[in-house]
Structure formats: structure tokens, C-alpha cells
Design a protein around this ligand. Structure first.
Ligand SMILES: CC(C)(COP(=O)(O)OP(=O)(O)OC[C@H]1O[C@@H](n2cnc3c(N)ncnc32)[C@H](O)[C@@H]1OP(=O)(O)O)[C@@H](O)C(=O)NCCC(=O)NCCS
Length: 288
């Protein structure tokens, strides 16, 4: 276990046991020169580098939340209780000798919704500088959210050993968009699985500014795939309707903290039409 920085609250650890089953390559990466920090507020100088990189990559496609929403999420630390969930958002920046290497952000949501504590981590964005791709670093980016999950569980007073699910919303594969395919291959190789899109149609909320949404006649939720790592249960090929519902409810509760209620309504309605709690839902390869 390596501590990237001395400050306990800022330090991000390299914990091999947190790596996804297919991310063993990460262990070969020499991490000693990497400076890995959590950015705690939009007033920190490093916020600018972290947010700008994410915005430049994802903002033009309306895939990145506005600065104010990110600032509000950062203020949840160490964790915030909203409704029956606890939320913890983290923005992690990786640099080497002051130069940008990678950035990722994610939100842990813990709930006792189905009677037992569970942490769902929404993997919002990950960006690795081109020169650092396929080096193993992306594996660490997929593992760090586990620390966030445990911190959120602890803040909520739940056992750190409670089940953890990492979830990424990913576009469906389309040969016209090779970048999308790269993401899907990367997560598939790591051992993530996708909730069968033929059984569950998941929608992400409309990320456009609220006034633009209203001016265009209302929200346009986007169809996405739900790509999961159920930690410790990566080999399982099915999950129950109740679990999918709980995961999606966590995501929509998170979005609901920043998006207008009327812009979320269609998604809550769609969730009501999901398969029954007892239904067996196949987990398939992300590229499927
Ligand atoms: C998605 C991203 C974070 C993945 O990181 P990465 O370092 O490129 O990928 P990984 O190391 O996880 O790749 C795992 C596997 O995916 C496949 N893969 C990755 N990039 C590939 C490419 N350009 N062509 C073909 N296969 C590729 C390979 O099988 C690779 O394993 P290998 O290197 O051992 O052969 C990175 O590509 C990136 O920053 N992309 C732009 C932003 C983005 O799409 N973010 C993700 C969504 S939020």
C-alpha cells in the first residue's frame, strides 16, 4: 500500500486489493513520481486544472455538470445526508512534476434501501492523458472510488465491509464512434459487466442548462448502458430487478440534488416500469 501524499484527508492510496479482476496491469506501473490528490473545493488552485480538463473533454457533448453543481457536490465532504441517502463526491487529480496526467470524479451514495447497507459509486468521468493510456493507470482510476465508498459508508455509520457496486453510464456501442468502443473495451477487460439493455432501458438526465432545456420544449433524457462492477461478485451473470432498481435510484437521487425536479420526472417514471424485484436480469459484456 503506497500513500501518494502525506496529508491523510488528501492522500489517495494505491490498494492492490481494490483493483478490478482484470486490472492487474496497474501493479506494473511505477507510481512513485505520481502526485495524486483529492481536490476539496473550487477555491483550491488545482480545481481549475481538474475541472477544465474534464470540461474540455466532456462539456462540448453535454456530458459534464456545470461548475456550480460540482462545487455543491464538493461541499458534501466528508459526506452529506440527503433524504435516506448519504453522498460523498470526490474529484481526484493526478500530476507528474506539476503536469497533468489524469483526472476522475465520482459520487458514492450509501443507502439502507433494501434493509441492508449498500454503497453505490457513480463513476462520472475519467480522463487519462494520451501518453499515459494503456499504462495501467486507468486501472487505479477504477479502483480509487472504492476508498470513497468506504469513507461514505463510515460517515453514514455503516460497516466498511458492506457491499459496494461501481457503476458507469456508457453509450451503447456504435461503430461510428470508435472512442466509445475503447471505453467499453477497457471496462470489459477490467471485468465490468453491463445490465442487459434488452431488459432494462436506462436513461441519463439531460445535462443541458435548465433554461436551454425549457426553451427547447423539455428534457431529452439519453439512453445509456449501465456498466457495473459488483465488488467481490464480478463472476455472477445475473442480478435481481430489486438490485438494479436500488442502483438506479441511487443515481437519480444523486442527480436530483442538482437537477430540477420536473427535469427528472420522466426518468423516475421510466424506473417505475423496470422489471419486478424478483426478475433475473442478465449481465452481459459491455460491448454487447
Ligand atoms: C477511457 C480511458 C480512461 C481508458 O484508459 P486507457 O488507459 O486508455 O485504457 P485501459 O488501460 O483501461 O485499457 C484497457 C484495454 O482496453 C483496450 N484499449 C484501450 N485503448 C485502446 C485503443 N486505443 N485501441 C484498442 N484497444 C484499446 C485494450 O484492450 C486495453 O488493454 P491493453 O492495453 O492491455 O491491450 C482513456 O482512454 C481516456 O481517457 N479516454 C478519453 C476519455 C473517456 O472516454 N473517458 C471514459 C468515459 S468517462
Amino acid at each position: 500500500m503506497v500513500r501518494a501524499m502525506a496529508d491523510a484527508d488528501t492522500a489517495v492510496e494505491f490498494i492492490p486489493a481494490d483493483l478490478a479482476p482484470g486490472d492487474g496491469k496497474a501493479l506494473e506501473l511505477d507510481c512513485r513520481d505520481l502526485d495524486v490528490v483529492r481536490v476539496h473545493s473550487m477555491h483550491e488552485p488545482l480545481f481549475v486544472m481538474a475541472y477544465e480538463r474534464l470540461w474540455n473533454e466532456f462539456g462540448p457533448q453535454h456530458e459534464m455538470e456545470a461548475r456550480e453543481i460540482v462545487a455543491r457536490r464538493l461541499a458534501w465532504q466528508p459526506a452529506a445526508a440527503i433524504g435516506n441517502c448519504w453522498f460523498r463526491y470526490e474529484l481526484i487529480l493526478v500530476r507528474r512534476q506539476g503536469q497533468f496526467v489524469a483526472v476522475r470524479d465520482h459520487t458514492a451514495v450509501t443507502t439502507c434501501g433494501r434493509g441492508a447497507p449498500h454503497a453505490v459509486v457513480h463513476l462520472s468521468h475519467a480522463l487519462v492523458e494520451a501518453a499515459w493510456r494503456r499504462t495501467g493507470l486507468a486501472g487505479w482510476l477504477r479502483a480509487w472510488p472504492m476508498q470513497t465508498a468506504r469513507a461514505c459508508l463510515a460517515a453514514a455509520g455503516f460497516p466498511a465491509a458492506s457491499p459496494i457496486t461501481l457503476v458507469a453510464e456508457m453509450e451503447h456501442p456504435d461503430p461510428h464512434f470508435p472512442n466509445r468502443l475503447v471505453r467499453l473495451v477497457a471496462y470489459e477487460k477490467a471485468g465490468f459487466k453491463k445490465v442487459d439493455p434488452a431488459v432494462v432501458q436506462y436513461f441519463q438526465p439531460d445535462f443541458r442548462p435548465p433554461d436551454e432545456i425549457d426553451a427547447s420544449g423539455g428534457p431529452r433524457p439519453l439512453p445509456f448502458g449501465l456498466v457495473l462492477r459488483r465488488v467481490g461478485r464480478e463472476e455472477e451473470q445475473i442480478l435481481h430487478g430489486a438490485e438494479v432498481r436500488e442502483i438506479v435510484e441511487c443515481l437519480y437521487r444523486m442527480y436530483g440534488t442538482g437537477f430540477r425536479e420536473q427535469h427528472m420526472a420522466a426518468m423516475w417514471q421510466n424506473l417505475r416500469d423496470y422489471p419486478d424485484d424478483q426478475a433475473n436480469i442478465p449481465l452481459v459484456a459491455p460491448r454487447q
